[in-house]
Design a protein around this ligand. Structure first.
Ligand code: SF4
Ligand code: SF4
Length: 456
């Protein structure tokens, strides 16, 4: 005799129905599976989602099997939250040392929304470089880590190319000493304003093992020059744009596998201007450029204190504006992913164990936005170890969205995984998008997938 509940099924709690041009789609946010529903299936699925019905009566065995295999239906005994908890734990067990390094806080730009002290900020000298290299060696040896990823950040990291040279060479020697394959185990990325990305730097990208370059251009020439002038006030658009195109040519010419990210910060008053730069880039390069349009708060002090949401529109509308821009950019031929459907996409490394952000004086943080706004989680000692500030560290490391009842019942959890850790450390919830906007944003993302002609 069968026990109660045995072989019974339930709809996944991560299903969402989306309509595009009269067609109905069922999306599962946990598995990332998407199916188009015909006129016979759509009302059944809608009924199954909205009412507590016996799924075995509603669907044939074949249909049940189809939906079960793709995660739209799950066995009643399965708790989908447990799958997410396993993903969460897995994210913490990655054997990679991930460092965001600020070799200098100085910058040749004076962006109106910058939150760093780029005038008085320091630069890593020989002493700091040596301590940093000792730290990398000690940490990789002690934790038995054989993969290192460095992200060069600033200030403007290309103001101190010699420091990047020294650290890259030092890492090469450490890998040799630890008998780790440098080619396999080491990679880097570069976040630069772009004005110093000349031909000599392009040649260095290979030596520095750069796998991703990110440049920010704030939309039209006029807006960019207002928001991102050189220190002293001169306009920067022309030189940055020229270097950006030269970077694309270089990558193509040398057949390099370097990803290019184009970041575009915008405020709502210039929403319609930001798109101009995307028409200026030759079409043949566009499919290789990943564009990220991000709304920013208009004044640095407001951003720094994280007080302002926006006086113009509600925060939820901002994610909708960002998603709309992302769609426009996508239609112009760029890669422009606002949200990946399925699979713990927004997994910020800040709350993982082996991720650190280091300032020029070797203070250790978990996120670059926290530099100066929160106490460091530690500092590198002369012996090349981290002296932890345990009180601060635990706030980052012990973050657990599965202790948050709202996140536990939130449909977005498989994608957002509890959102921005910094927001949580500051005792807020850093939602990836507002739930009210989920359907609209999924509609846009699915449209991109359909236009691309299949899976993302
Ligand atoms: S601001 Fe939040 S999401 Fe961004 S890097 Fe920092 S902790 Fe991560
Ligand atoms: S942080 Fe917000 S969007 Fe993310 S899972 Fe929690 S409640 Fe949902």
């Amino acid at each position: 005799m069968k026990k109660k509940g045995e072989n019974s099924y339930k709809m996944s709690k991560y299903n969402e129905l989306v309509d595009i041009n009269g067609k109905h789609f069922l999306i599962n946010l946990l598995t990332g599976n998407i199916v188009e529903l015909d006129d016979e299936f759509f009302p059944k699925i809608r009924e199954a989602i909205n009412f507590d019905v016996d799924l075995k009566n509603l669907f044939s065995n074949e249909d049940l099997e189809f939906l079960l295999r793709r995660g739209f239906i799950v066995e009643s005994k399965i708790e989908e939250l447990d799958i997410l908890k396993i993903w969460w734990k897995k994210g913490f067990s990655q054997n990679v040392l991930s460092l965001t390094l600020e070799p200098t806080l100085r910058c040749n730009f004076a962006c109106t929304y910058c939150f760093e002290d780029t005038v008085n900020g320091g630069t890593m000298g020989n002493k700091e470089v040596n301590k940093l290299l000792k730290f990398i060696k000690n940490y990789m040896k002690r934790e038995r880590i054989n993969t290192l990823e460095i992200s060069w950040f600033g200030g403007e990291p290309l103001l101190v190319k010699n420091v990047i040279d020294e650290i890259t060479q030092g890492v090469r020697e450490i890998f040799k000493e630890l008998k780790i394959d440098f080619e396999e185990g080491y990679s880097a990325s570069l976040v630069t304003k772009g004005s110093l990305l000349d031909s000599s730097v392009l040649e260095k990208l290979k030596i520095w093992k750069i796998k991703m370059v990110q440049i920010t251009i704030d939309g039209s020439e006029m807006v960019h020059n207002l928001r991102r002038p050189f220190r002293g006030g001169k306009p920067s658009f022309n030189v940055v744009f020229k270097n950006f195109i030269n970077l694309l040519k270089f990558i193509e010419g040398e057949s390099l596998s370097i990803k290019v990210n184009l970041r575009c910060n915008f405020s709502l008053d210039v929403r319609d201007k930001v798109i101009e730069v995307f028409d200026m880039i030759p079409e043949r390069y566009r499919k290789n450029i990943n564009v990220y349009c991000k709304h920013y708060f208009p004044k640095s002090s407001e951003w720094r204190g994280m007080k302002l949401v926006s006086s113009l529109v509600h925060e939820q509308s901002i994610s909708e504006v960002e998603a709309g821009l992302s769609m426009e950019v996508f239609r112009k031929g760029y890669k422009s992913e606002r949200m990946k459907i399925g699979g713990a996409y927004f997994y910020c490394p800040a709350s993982t164990m082996h991720h650190f952000e280091l300032t020029p004086d070797l203070k250790v943080y978990k996120c670059n936005v926290a530099v100066g706004a929160r106490p460091p989680v530690g500092e590198i000692t002369d012996e090349g170890n981290i002296k932890y500030n345990v009180e601060e560290l635990k706030k980052w490391i012990l973050i657990d969205p599965f202790e948050d009842e709202t996140c536990k019942s939130c449909k977005l959890l498989p994608i957002c995984m509890g959102g921005c850790p910094l927001a949580r450390v500051n005792r807020r919830r850093g939602c990836l998008i507002g739930l009210d906007n989920l359907n609209k944003i999924l509609t846009l993302e699915l449209t991109k997938i359909i236009l691309k002609g299949g899976g993302s």
